[in-house]
Design a protein around this ligand. Structure first.
Ligand code: NAD
Ligand code: UGA
Length: 461
């Protein structure tokens, strides 16, 4: 299919959790554009071309199928598509740097910079480049500098259009976003480029929800949005510890404070800790930027959001050990859920990884079950794979277990036959509900010793 029949050719470099779903939505909503998603990973691209997509996301396959082969294409041919596209989204990974200056905090921009250099060498016409990846504030400047080293007389407008989708609800978030944010320069060229990007989203997003601002504010807003969301979770989790000491109930406290419309109910679910590829990475990035500017108090303030999260995860394992007579050695512990949240197979920074490793250090026998994430769990636990059992069926996982620990709030765990599970477990049987999704009174009635988050335990012992 030639691109002449399309109004525009949009390319996205990076076919991951963001690039794939975002471009699928643009293609589905805008049949007049050709949308190509390119990646260096041939396995990923092959999966995008099949009906077994590389990521699990409810509703994604249906959206992909609307447009794939019509105006949505997945490819490893990056240079040819760079040359052909007028608008290029860059959605490559920007993990935390693990080496050198800023290690453990700042973003590793090597994939980002490689992309800039590929764009530069493969381009023969002016282009609009859009940062879709989450980047430190002022990264667009570095991208501009690299691109404008060209001696071909080409002009590149670099804009920031951060993505706010959450995994598990990506399709709904993309179809009906709270807002789309586009940061550009206020120059004549910048405003023209901004209009081109606004026009894409205006095909389905109400105009008043498309916000525009300067590039640095758009970049920073993305980091700050994630920092604020994570801060709410760390705030409620910190109070969950106090509830456990005082006999108060975190669900009642969250409800009481959430009814204040200024606070609201969202993101107040106490948990075993937040995971996901971005919260920790983006906060540490923010912390690093603050330190770079000498704002040490600000850096410390945000770093504590991450510290509380780590403490919450380790507190969970401590609680298990303490409840089970101060030894977990030789005991079979079934982890219900390995994904970092429900409705995704993604396990990046999942609390399950830390918890499994800590349990193994205590010589527990760990069995992991999850409806979507076992493939990734095996990769995360590659180095200890001989010590962990992976079992798709939760009933089989629970057989002979001394304890169950709910790590992911999968809906199906709410409605299991816990009488049957109890009968198959070692006694005394323990449940540690890291998500407060189970009916604790009912479990207690069945015979379990129940340890929720932020509530007094229900124990027969
Ligand atoms: P991901 O790891 O799933 O995907 C990134 C893809 O980029 C990979 O498939 C990788 O092979 C590819 N890639 C890397 N270098 C490349 C290159 N030079 N050329 C072509 N392809 C290349 O990452 P993701 O979760 O999609 O995140 C991408 C960015 O979006 C990150 O900056 C992240 O912070 C941000 N973000 C992620 C989410 C989310 O829910 N995952 C939400 C909002 C924003
Ligand atoms: C988060 C943000 O919600 C998105 O807006 C953002 O685009 C994305 O990060 C990103 O930049 O990657 P995501 O990580 O996919 O999205 O999922 P969330 O729903 O935010 O959940 C993150 C973690 O917090 C999960 O482990 C979840 O279980 C936990 N959580 C969430 C709680 O423990 N309690 C809550 O009340 C809410």
């Amino acid at each position: 299919m030639s691109s002449e029949k399309f109004e525009k050719h949009i390319l996205c470099i990076g076919a991951g959790y963001v690039g794939g779903p975002t471009m699928a939505m643009i293609a589905a909503k805008c049949p007049q554009y050709k949308v190509t998603v390119a990646d260096i990973n041939p396995v990923r691209i092959k999966e995008w071309q099949s009906d077994k997509l590389p990521i699990y996301e409810p509703g994604l396959l249906e959206v992909v199928k609307i447009a794939r082969g019509r105006n949505l294409f997945f490819t490893t041919e990056i240079d040819k598509n760079i040359a052909d596209a007028e608008i290029i989204f860059v959605s490559v990974n920007t993990p935390t740097k693990t080496y050198g200056r800023g290690a453990g905090k700042t973003a590793d921009l090597q994939y980002w910079e490689k992309t800039a250099r590929s764009i530069l060498s493969a381009s023969a016409s002016d282009k609009i480049i859009i940062e879709k990846s989450t980047l430190p504030v002022r990264t667009a400047k570095a991208m501009e500098r690299i691109l404008h080293t060209n001696d071909k007389g080409l002009h590149f407008d670099v804009l920031s259009n951060p993505e706010f989708l959450a995994e598990g609800t990506a399709i709904a978030d993309l179809e009906n976003p709270d807002r789309v944010l586009i940061g550009s320069r206020e120059t004549e060229q910048g405003v023209k480029a901004r209009k081109a990007v606004v026009d894409i989203y205006a095909n389905w997003v109400p105009r008043e929800r498309i916000l525009t601002c300067d590039v640095w504010s758009a970049e920073l807003s993305k980091l700050v949005a994630n920092a604020f969301l994570a801060q709410r979770i760390s705030s409620i989790n910190s109070i969950s510890a106090l509830c456990e000491r005082t006999g108060a109930d975190i669900t009642n406290v969250a409800h009481a404070i959430g009814t204040d419309s200024r606070i609201n109910h969202k993101f107040l679910n106490a948990s075993v800790g937040f995971g996901g590829s971005c919260f920790k990475k983006d906060i540490l990035n923010l912390v690093y930027i603050c330190e770079t500017y000498g704002l040490h108090e600000v850096a410390q303030y945000w770093e504590n959001v991450v510290r509380i999260n780590e403490w919450q995860e380790s507190r969970f394992v401590e609680k298990m050990g303490h409840a089970m007579f101060n030894t977990i050695a030789g005991k079979r512990v079934a982890l219900f859920g390995f994904a970092f949240k429900a409705d995704t197979g993604d396990t990046r920074e999942s609390p399950a990884i830390f918890i499994t490793r800590r349990l193994l250090e205590e010589h527990a026998r760990v069995v992991v079950t999850d409806p979507q994430a076992l493939r990734n769990a095996k990769i995360d636990l590659q180095d200890v794979i001989d010590q962990v059992e992976f079992e798709p069926d939760p009933y089989t996982a629970a057989e002979g277990a001394h304890a169950l620990a709910v790590i992911t709030e999968w809906n199906e765990y709410r409605n299991l036959d816990y009488e049957k599970i109890y009968a198959a477990m070692e006694k005394p049987a323990f449940i540690f509900d890291g998500r407060n999704i189970l009916d604790h009174q009912e479990l207690f009635r069945i015979g379990f010793n129940v340890y929720p988050i932020g509530k007094p335990p229900l124990s027969h012992l």
